[in-house]
Write a protein that binds this ligand. Structure first.
Ligand code: MF3
Ligand code: CO
Ligand code: CO
Length: 265
């Protein structure tokens, strides 16, 4: 069942979204060779608590940490660990989901550790562009397939592949709810978008094969062929006037983009 949100409820989700963006802005300075993903986890956890929030991933369906840290060929759901030390040339996706005022804000970005090859930079840039191409499809009359098609078309034209095993999702008081947002698909197919929908778009793009496998820990998803994978995620809301608001921009990003706190379209 899709739980449609009123504009007032979307307003209530904004603080959680902004905190997600702020956490990602904040953690960037800590990403360097030698730091462990557990240290990054603890920094995000403390910052969240200090703001009066809760880390949604912690204990979610048995997940043991406060965020996901997915290095290199980890597609998503990498578990922070004292054994995972970042090294020059790595890429890492940090996925945070604070709960604030009872609502979830879910966002992720892929960062580089020191210098990385040009092809890796391209994978990251293409993945980020895929997210924004997907967001651009969110408009009156559009369907879920339009989002997926735009992402898949661009990713594949650039020589990369789209992960099928994980999708974007509705979000609100619940972490993962309907609808499912596929990052591949056909134009004009699938569920029609409606005002009041709040959902994530979170494409995972691989350098090689799109297939994934999950480690025995039950969480860590890897590319089947060991190739690199990147991901970016935003939570967005469709207001009653069809304004599409990206809820997980940080206050600093909004300022830089010249967005007023409320209307962003
Ligand atoms: N934040 C992830 C998402 O984008 C979900 C992580 S579930 C967890 O949907 F349990 F691994 F945290
Ligand atoms: Co998500
Ligand atoms: Co997420």
């Amino acid at each position: 069942m899709i739980y449609l949100k009123t504009d007032a409820e979307i307003d209530l989700m904004r603080p959680a979204g902004e905190l997600a963006g702020e956490l990602l802005d904040m953690i960037e300075a800590h990403i360097k060779p030698g730091v462990t993903t557990l240290e990054l986890n603890d920094i995000v956890h403390s910052f969240t608590i200090k703001r009066g929030g809760i880390s949604a991933p912690l204990n979610y369906r048995g997940y043991p940490k406060s965020m996901c840290t997915s290095i290199n060929d980890v597609v998503c759901h990498g578990i922070p660990s004292a054994k995972a030390k970042l090294k020059e040339g790595d890429i890492i996706n940090i996925d945070v989901t604070p709960i604030l005022g009872g609502y979830h804000g879910d966002s992720s970005r892929t960062f580089t550790v020191g210098m990385v090859p040009e092809k890796t930079k391209k994978l990251i840039e293409v993945t980020k562009e895929c997210l924004y191409l997907g967001i651009a499809e969110v408009k009156e009359g559009a369907r879920v397939g339009d989002i997926g098609h735009a992402i898949q078309k661009y990713a594949e034209a650039q020589g990369f592949s789209v992960v099928r095993d994980f999708v974007g999702h509705g979000i609100g008081k619940v972490f993962h709810e309907d609808p499912q947002i596929f990052h591949y698909g056909e134009k004009g197919r699938g569920l029609r978008l409606e005002t009041g929908m709040v959902f994530t778009i979170e494409p995972m793009i691989n350098e090689g094969n799109y297939r994934t496998k999950v480690l025995k820990d039950g969480w860590t998803a890897l590319t089947i062929d060991g190739s690199l994978s990147a991901q970016f995620e935003h939570t967005l809301a469709i207001r009653s006037d069809w304004t599409v608001e990206i809820l997980t921009y940080s206050p600093a990003e909004k300022k830089k983009l010249g967005l007023t706190p409320l209307a962003q379209a």
